[in-house]
Design a protein around this ligand. Structure first.
Ligand code: DGY
Length: 330
C-alpha cells in the first residue's frame, strides 16, 4: 500500500509532484495561497512524509498532527529556519533540504544585486520610466565600481563559493568569514571585524539560526566603509533592518541589495527599505529560475521517496539523521 505524503502546495514547478503521486498517495493543500497551521494539521493525520516550502512552519504541532507514521520532512529550500529540528530529532523524523541545486542560480542573483546596488540601477531605471531623462549629464547616477572591488563573503558554503568564482571574472579580491571554511584558491579567510572594515561589498550566505540572527546590526554596519554595499540573499532575520534603514538613510553605508526580509511576504505593507533610493529590493527570488525551482522540488521528492523506501536521504540537514528512527509511540 502506498504511504501518504502531504505537500503544502498542489502546484509546484517541474514534474516532481507527478513523480511523488506515482510513488505515494499524495495529499496536497488545494488552496491558492499559503496554508495556515490549522489547514496543514487537518490534512496531516497518518502521513509518512511532508513536502514543504522554506516559509511553511513545520513545528511540533504539525508533527504531532501527523502522528507516529511521520518519517520525513523534505523542504524544497536550502534554508531550514522554518523547521523545529529539535522536535524532529526527538521523533526520529528525517529532515532534508535542497543544497547544491540552487547554488549557481542564487549566486547569479547575488551578482545581479551587487551590480544593481553599486551602479544605482533602480533609481536610474525609475527616472527613465518617469520620463525625467531630458539630458545626458556627466554627474547623474554616479555609482561605484564593481570590478577591482573587495568582496567580503559572510558564510562560505556552496553559494558563497559560487559568488567568489563570479567575482574573479570581475577582477575582484575575495575574502570570507566562516569558522568552518579555511582559505582556498578563491578566497582568504579573515575575522568578521577585518572583513567588515575591508570589504567594499559585504554579501551574506549564512542560514538563519540563533547564532546568526541579527548578525548584521548597528555595530557591524558602523564597522563597514561608508562606500560599502550590503547584499543579502540568505534570510531576512540575519540583518537588523531598522539599523540598516538608519545606516542607508544617513549615508553610513552606500547601498544595499536585498532579496530577503524579516517579514515575508510583505503584501501591501512594505518595508520602508523598499522605497529607499539606494536599496534594491526583490521578493525572495534567489533560486527563481524554471530549471532550479524544478530541481529543488525533484530533490525534495527524491528525499521523500528514498526515506519511505528505507534508503538514506540524499540531502539531510546538517545534524539530521539520514534514516528515519523509531518514531515516538511508533
Ligand atoms: C531557499 O532555498 O532557502 C530559498 O530561499 C527559497 O526558500
Amino acid at each position: 500500500m502506498k504511504k501518504r505524503v502531504l505537500a503544502t502546495r498542489e502546484n509546484l514547478p517541474g514534474r516532481g509532484l507527478e513523480r511523488l503521486s506515482e510513488g505515494a498517495e499524495l495529499v496536497a493543500w488545494p488552496g491558492a495561497g499559503k496554508p495556515g497551521p490549522a489547514d496543514l494539521a487537518a490534512l496531516a493525520p497518518g502521513v509518512s512524509g511532508v513536502l514543504a516550502l522554506g516559509n511553511d512552519p513545520v513545528d511540533a504541532a504539525l508533527m504531532d498532527a501527523a502522528g507516529p507514521s511521520l518519517r520525513v520532512v523534505a523542504l524544497a529550500s536550502m534554508g531550514f529556519d522554518n523547521v523545529d529540528r529539535v522536535a524532529a530529532a526527538e521523533r526520529g523524523i528525517v529532515v532534508t533540504h535542497t543544497p547544491r541545486v540552487l547554488a549557481e542560480t542564487t549566486a547569479d542573483l547575488t551578482f545581479a544585486l551587487i551590480l544593481a546596488a553599486r551602479r544605482r540601477l533602480g533609481a536610474a531605471g525609475a527616472s527613465l520610466a518617469e520620463g525625467s531623462w531630458g539630458l545626458f549629464r556627466m554627474h547623474d547616477y554616479l555609482g561605484l565600481d564593481v570590478h577591482g572591488a573587495t568582496l567580503g563573503l559572510i558564510g562560505y558554503g556552496q553559494i558563497g563559493r559560487a559568488v567568489a568564482r563570479r567575482a574573479h571574472g570581475f577582477g575582484m579580491r575575495v575574502i570570507h568569514h566562516d569558522p568552518y571554511a579555511p582559505d582556498d584558491d578563491l578566497s582568504t579567510s579573515v575575522g568578521l571585524a577585518a572583513l567588515l572594515a575591508d570589504a567594499d561589498i559585504v554579501s551574506l550566505h549564512v542560514p538563519l539560526t540563533e547564532e546568526t540572527r541579527h548578525l548584521i546590526s548597528a555595530r557591524e554596519l558602523a564597522a563597514m566603509k561608508p562606500t560599502a554595499t550590503l547584499v543579502s540573499t540568505s534570510r531576512g532575520g540575519v540583518v537588523d533592518e531598522e539599523a540598516l534603514l538608519d545606516a542607508v538613510r544617513e549615508g553610513r553605508v552606500h547601498s544595499a541589495g536585498l532579496d530577503v526580509f524579516e517579514r515575508e511576504p510583505m503584501g501591501g505593507e512594505l518595508s520602508p527599505l523598499v522605497a529607499e533610493p539606494n536599496v534594491i529590493a526583490l521578493p525572495h527570488i534567489g533560486s527563481a529560475t524554471e530549471a532550479t525551482r524544478a530541481a529543488m522540488v525533484d530533490l525534495a521528492v527524491d528525499n521523500i521517496l528514498d526515506v519511505l523506501a528505507g534508503r538514506p536521504a540524499r540531502t539531510p540537514l546538517p545534524g539530521s539523521t539520514a534514516v528515519a528512527g523509531a518514531p515516538v509511540g511508533g
